[in-house]
Design a protein around this ligand. Sequence first.
Ligand code: HEC
Length: 489
Amino acid sequence: MRISSPAFFVGLAFPALVWGADTEVTFSRDIAPLLQQRCVECHRDGGGAPFSLESYRDASRRASTILRVVEDRYMPPWHAIGGDIPLEGDRQLMPAQIELFRAWVEGGKAEGDPSDLPAPRQFVEGWQLGEPDLVIKMAEAYSLPADGPDIYRNFVVPTGLTQERFLRAVEFRPGSAEVVHHALLFVEGTDKARKADAEDEEPGFGEMPIDAAGGRQIGGWVPGARTRPLPEGLSHRIPAGADIVIQTHFHLSGKPESEQSTIGLYFTDEPPEREFAAIQIPPLFGAFSGIDLKPGEERAEIHDSFELPVPVHAFGAHAHAHYRGKSLRMVAKLPSGESLKLLNIPDWDMNWQEDYRFTEQVFLPAGTRLEVDVAWDNSAESTDNPVVPPVRVRWGFESLDEMGSIDLFVVPTGDQKIASNSMKTLQRAYRQHLVWCAGEHVLRPDKLAIFGDLRRKAIERFDRNEDGFLGFEERKTASAFLKRSTIKD
Ligand code: HEC
């Protein structure tokens, strides 16, 4: 589902503007093409948005709302704005296109000549990349109550593969999109997750047991997610007999629901030429960054940076925060002094978390410093604040807690051997950074003696009820989280 580049639209949008005020802006000639390119991917039957914007009737009765949401840049949903690197599938409207909406609405919403209408845009129905090579589904549905706190639950779905395969892309389809807030997918080559599942009477299992979290993340889903293959030459190895573990975060909807998700897997016959890594800054979604928002605080910020020890090509980025997230930015400071805004999200919206892919890979030499700033708004005035009057908010898993970080996806440069050595160097440096973050921000001074014992430090941070004692559940959570979030060997 490719979207044409903004430049193409300037061409489309300008004629009406340069013809001057006398030229009437019409739906058929000027607005329908814009709606088709920027809106109907969601605003059509089965597209995920609450109403269609395909016809003149659809659009004209909502004209003033349309104008409001495009001027506010609330629609189309696209939050990475003002970065230096062009992104695939950029949905932003150009200022001239917003002007065109304004001219149409203020000029009386003319329909124009239906023969000017563009041909209807064709969409792939069903799986975004066509029929997957393998479709697997949760064996049973999981029942959810009408309300209560958020639920994290893991589900094990066997692949049934009889030989190793190389995964290029994965699509997750929630059975009940109303309650699935987001889902992460891991590949698990051992029977640990299965055992945990067997020990739990209901479908799936709750907390990840300490040793069942060694799996590698292969994908995820959030509302508005698009399915994209990895760049050429990259793939995930899926061992024979592996399971896919779905870690689902449920946000209850007010009525009882049941969830049974489906996963589509796309394979390639070519083994991966290269390894890639997600460099998450700050590490562990900011668990060690001292996230502590005061009630009513309008701007709370954290900063973290990491220096690349080896040259890499970056191919994409992903940001994560919860409701009160305000802005996230990652800047690369190159050794030359040049600085590149890799990802800039000035107005975060938790509902529209994209997996951003650069249109071209970005070379970052060794010595490049990746700087990340995350800010939150915990004021009563913020319409995104889920708790008003505001309360103190700290780091945590639930969406009412906060988190914040940006992942940069990178492939070390050089031939296979050099790249593979570089990957080890990168992993070592990242671990050191993680330990540094943990020691710097989290540990009480009396615990600093165990510097180097990374897991122990992480566990210290997970004493969520602050009773000075780490309960069994807290320990499991901490360990699982730490393992998942560290770059794997
Ligand atoms: C990626 C999917 C997507 C795209 C693309 C998209 N929308 Fe939406 N739109 C939604 C969803 C989902 C909602 C309902 C939830 C919400 O309001 O956030 C919505 C809501 C709206 C609303 C109602 C807002 C309100 O306050 O009631 C309008 C009007 C709208 N969209 C117009 C547009 C226009 C115009 C475009 C193109 C310029 C567009 N949308 C592109 C998904 C999309």
